[in-house]
Design a protein around this ligand. Structure first.
Ligand code: ZN
Length: 193
């Protein structure tokens, strides 16, 4: 495969690789996570972009910011920093618009840390400043990160059994004492499956 220019969006080569396997959103999501894990970040970014857009247009607003964040990570790893930043900021803004303040705090911390490790300290600070600006503009009634983590009742698997998405403690919703909701596909994931 030819190497693409760093800031060239949506290359047709990657599209042609993806299309045969993307028969449904769930399959597409599984493929996107697999591509990410395999280090095929450019292709993963395209899929997560599409999935985030589908989530927004179909009204799956709860999942949309998580998919945007995955798209952002994939773009960063693919060397497309401006696009990655755009997706991350959109994801964080959606958390704020949905009053999911605890997630906003947790994810901001994680993104900032990863950007530092990624050699992007300036962007890391920019993300933190952005997050603070939208947080302070929307009120102070959200839970803190520690309150969220106290809600964890049992051990969860590291990945969703259905789509392969990583389940990060504190960033997922509990459906009952033994199952969590996958933030990417919405499936109920239990400890022993
Ligand atoms: Zn899932």
């Amino acid at each position: 495969m030819r190497r693409r220019a760093p800031f060239f969006r949506r290359p047709f080569l990657a599209q042609s690789l993806i299309r045969p396997l993307a028969s449904g959103p769930q399959q597409k999501l599984r493929l996107a996570h697999d591509l990410m894990e395999a280090g095929n970040y450019a292709e993963a970014a395209i899929l997560f972009d599409q999935l985030a857009q589908v989530a927004i247009t179909r009204g799956f607003f709860k999942r949309a910011p998580h998919l945007l964040l995955q798209a952002g990570y994939a773009h960063f790893h693919a060397g497309n920093i401006p696009e990655g930043k755009d997706k991350i900021l959109r994801g964080l803004r959606l958390f704020a618009e949905q009053n999911r303040w605890q997630l906003l705090d947790l994810v901001t911390d994680r993104v900032a840390t990863e950007l530092n490790q990624f050699g992007q300290p300036g962007l890391s600070q920019e993300i933190i400043a952005f997050s603070k600006s939208i947080n302070s503009s929307k009120g102070e009634n959200g839970q803190t990160a520690s309150q969220v983590s106290q809600g964890i009742k049992t051990k969860i698997p590291p990945k969703c059994h259905y789509c392969g998405g990583t389940l990060t403690p504190g960033e997922i919703d509990w459906l009952d004492e033994y199952s969590v909701e996958c933030p990417y596909c919405g499936s109920a994931v239990q400890e022993n499956q």
